[in-house]
Write a protein that binds this ligand. Sequence first.
Ligand code: NAG
Ligand code: NAG
Ligand code: NAG
Length: 532
Amino acid sequence: MTRIFIFEVNCLKLIIVFTSLIFLNGIECYLSVPLKTVNEREKSEEVVTQVQEIDRAVIPNDQDVLDASKPLIKANVGGKPGLGFYIELGIGTPPQELSILVDTGSSNFAVAAAAHPFVTSYYEPHNSSTYETTAVDVFVPYTQGEWHGRLGTDMVTIPSSPNSTVRANIVGIYSSEKFFINGSEWQGILGMAYNSIARPDSSVTPYFDSLVGGTTVSDIFSMQLCTPFSIGNNSSIDSSGSMTIGGIDPDLYDGKMFFTRIKRKWYYDVTVTDMGVNGHSLSLDCKEYNFDKSIVDSGTTDLRLPQKVYKKLMSTLANQIEDVYVPDTFWKGTELMCWDIGTVPFNRFPTVYLDLEGPEDDTSFRLTIPPEQYIRWVNGNEPGKDCYKTGFASSTTGTVIGAVVMEGYYVVFDRQNNRVGFAVSKCAENRVHRSKFSPDNDMFDDSNSKECIYDTSDSDSVLVVISYVLAGLCVLSVLPVFILYGYHNLKNMFKKRMSDDHSTDGEPLHQPLDQTTENRDDAITDSQSQQW
Ligand SMILES: *[C@@H]1O[C@H](CO)[C@@H](O)[C@H](O)[C@H]1NC(C)=O
Ligand SMILES: *[C@@H]1O[C@H](CO)[C@@H](O)[C@H](O)[C@H]1NC(C)=O
Ligand SMILES: *[C@@H]1O[C@H](CO)[C@@H](O)[C@H](O)[C@H]1NC(C)=O
């Protein structure tokens, strides 16, 4: 019994591995189509082992995560639309103030430590009396862009809370490629995810762990990100928002807050249970939405989706638009659409939804993503017009719930309870469509939700993959023998039945066999024929 069971499971894994290889090949072909204006950086895949799986049973569902006795630190968030959200940090002694991109999709704190055409100022360790260097060089590649730096430590302060000063790991970036963005206004990146994905390894404590360890601040932070949906002629309008460290600010959201489990502590990896348009599901196997993870990432602008989900969503959206011409190239992200200021037909675009696993068994809650969020403003340099780009993109590294989703919600990274909370953000109040929970601002029963996790433990283990590939190669190398054997038997059968007929040579399946094979086949025929 057990043996049969294991064999079946292995067969299944084998099929999954091969299917994903074929799938990935398909993606590579697709990605060779060149795209225009892509500012996104996709984190490169990393092999992370020993990441603890978190059971849903341990996730509390209380609304109250406020502990009045704990200090809250508030930091203002700024940014240019589509170019990332940053906070100010003071680094070194005396503090050198720099703008740092807040990135919940990585775990290193790194700042420019040398001049670069796209940064206005940079960190100068030799001007800090508290800087300590290490001999460790760090390299972080992204799908687009990369940097090299030197790991050190220094005192880091959040200017609004001077006694938040702690010693933290800092990488001084001395060279980079396509990492800094012209006009983004930030000079460094603050990775807010877990140490298991820190470079060069998990022993490099991320800044937030140092802050929690060195102060009385609780292990939780929240983000409210806001980008205006129309900017028009006033290019001085910026993104804004705030970051609350140590807890939740109830003034920044309306109504209830819903929590979803962080299923593994590496990225903020959550479980998407469904996606759809205007209330109708895309009807994909829900594992597809989490292939191979689903992360909440403030450092990504778009909602990035696995190839299959992306294609289905784009075709569904294209079919749901009425009375307004939207070219395919807009959905593909290769073309902008511009309208006279104040005439953007948001009403003609459908609402997209994304369901997340709820805090109780067999429940989900629904985040709506209105067109004001997923059609995002970009600077098209067209006077008198507002130009937009789709906020959806395809991904080869799983679902990335980026800023276009986060901007509708106040998002709480409740690390002490292993969960991410969403509540309707107050900053989008003046929109035609507002983000909301649906239906009825509540959770709903979803017996399917347990089935949606893509089992990353299979794909993470390089050894498992290698062994299956080898097993696959074995099968492939044995296959010709079987084919020849079958061919030969067939041939013999025909020879027996129609002794002078050579028509078996005309069998399409056997046509490609070359001369050598034919010869060998004849030889086998000779020896085998005696058994008939
Ligand atoms: C900073 O000091 C003030 C006053 O002593 C205190 O109320 C606050 O909680 C402290 N903040 C942190 C982060 O420890
Ligand atoms: C950066 O952008 C500004 C404004 O768009 C432009 O004038 C400048 O040439 C750009 N700098 C570089 C180095 O490309
Ligand atoms: C924006 O600028 C254009 C050209 O400079 C002008 O014609 C238009 O009236 C302006 N629109 C608004 C709403 O200010």
